[in-house]
Design a protein around this ligand. Structure first.
Ligand code: CAA
Length: 269
C-alpha cells in the first residue's frame, strides 16, 4: 500500500533554528513585511518561553528572516473597527505579548534590517541589544493612525534615547535611518552591510554565549532594573547578585582558568 501523502507543514510566522548555544528566531511573514498578526502575538512569547527553559540555549537572536525588512509593525489589516475602550483594554491585557521579552533572563539581540516600524520597533526596543544594517529605517508612526504605540514604545524609547528625542520621534512619526539611530543610541552597533548583518549579529551572540551564563543573566537583571530603581536600591540589588555569583562554580572556574592560562569552560552553575 502506498504511504499516505505527508501532511503539509504550514510555515509558522515565527521560526527558530539553532547555531550552537544561540537560538535564531526569525519573523516569518515575508509577504507582509513581517507585520505583527495574532499568530506572531501568540507564538513569539511561547517561543521565548521555550528558549528561556532550554538549558542548551544561552543567547536569543531575533531577526527579520527573508522579509525585505525586520517588521512593518502591527498588521493594519487586522486592526478592528471601533470597539469599546473596555474591549480593547481587556484584549490587550489578555495578550500582553510584548511582556514575553521581559520574562527572558537570557540576552536577546535584535538584528534589524529594512523597515522597523511601529510594533516592529517596539519589539526591537524590548530586546537587550540592537544591531542594524545600513538600510534599516526606524519610526513610530502610530499617531498618524489615530493610535499610540501599544507595546511599550512610549515607555522604553525614552529610557534608551532620552525624553527629548523620544518625544520628537513619537510626536512626528518621522523615520530615521540606521546612522541616526546609531548616533542617538537607539542601536548600539551597525553592521557593515545588509548581507553581513546576521553573521555579525551571530558572532556577537556567540561571544556573549561564551561568557558565564549566570553572571550574564544577573548583569542583565541588574542593568534592566536600573531604569526603575533608585541608585541605593539598584546598588543593593547589585550587591546581592554579586554575592550570589561569588558562590558559583563558574566563578571558581574562571579564576582557575586564569591561573592555568586557558579559556574558562562555563557550565552555568
Ligand atoms: N500591516 C499589514 N500589512 C502590511 C504592513 C502592516 N503594517 N506593512 C506592510 N504590509 C504589507 C502590504 O500591505 C503589502 O501586502 P500586499 O502585497 O498583500 O498588498 C506588503 O506588506 C508589502 O508592502 P508594500 O507593498 O506597502 O511595500 P513598500 O515597500 O511599498 O512599503 C512600507 C513598505 C513603507 C513599510 C509600507 O508597507 C507601510 O507604510 N506599511 C505600514 C507601516 C505602518 O504604519 N506600521 C505601523 C503599524 S501601527 C503599529 O505597529 C502599532 C500599533 O500597536 C497599532
Amino acid at each position: 500500500m502506498l504511504n499516505p501523502a505527508p501532511a503539509t507543514i504550514e510555515p509558522r510566522a515565527v521560526e527558530t533554528e539553532f547555531h550552537g548555544e544561540v537560538a535564531l528566531v526569525a519573523l516569518n511573514r515575508p509577504d507582509q513585511l513581517n507585520a505583527i498578526n495574532e499568530e506572531i502575538r501568540l507564538l513569539l512569547p511561547q517561543v521565548l518561553e521555550e528558549l528561556e527553559h532550554d538549558d542548551a540555549v544561552r543567547v536569543i537572536l531575533l531577526h527579520g528572516g527573508t522579509a525585505r525588512g525586520f517588521c512593518a509593525g502591527a498588521d493594519i489589516k487586522e486592526i478592528r473597527a471601533a470597539e469599546t475602550a473596555l474591549q480593547v483594554r481587556e484584549r490587550n491585557m489578555r495578550r500582553a505579548w510584548i511582556d514575553g521579552f521581559d520574562r527572558v533572563t537570557k540576552p536577546v539581540i535584535a538584528a534589524v534590517h529594512g523597515h522597523c516600524l511601529g510594533g516592529g520597533m517596539e519589539m526591537a526596543l524590548a530586546c537587550d541589544i540592537r544591531i542594524a544594517s545600513p538600510d534599516a529605517v526606524f519610526a513610530l508612526p502610530e499617531t498618524g493612525l489615530g493610535l499610540i504605540p501599544g507595546a511599550g514604545g512610549t515607555q522604553r524609547l525614552h529610557r534608551l534615547v532620552g525624553q527629548g528625542r523620544a518625544l520628537d520621534l513619537l510626536l512626528t512619526g518621522d523615520r530615521i535611518d540606521a546612522a541616526e539611530a546609531h548616533r542617538i543610541g537607539l542601536v548600539t552597533r551597525l553592521a557593515a552591510d545588509r548581507q553581513s548583518l546576521l553573521d555579525e549579529a551571530l558572532a556577537l551572540a556567540q561571544r556573549i554565549a561564551g561568557r558565564a551564563p549566570l553572571a550574564t543573566a544577573y548583569v542583565k537583571e541588574a542593568a534592566r532594573a536600573a531604569g526603575d530603581l533608585t541608585l541605593a536600591a539598584g546598588q543593593a540589588l547589585e550587591r546581592n547578585l554579586f554575592a550570589l555569583l561569588s558562590t558559583t562554580a563558574d566563578k571558581a572556574e574562571a579564576a582557575r582558568a586564569f591561573k592555568e592560562k586557558r579559556k574558562p569552560v562555563f557550565g552555568g552553575k
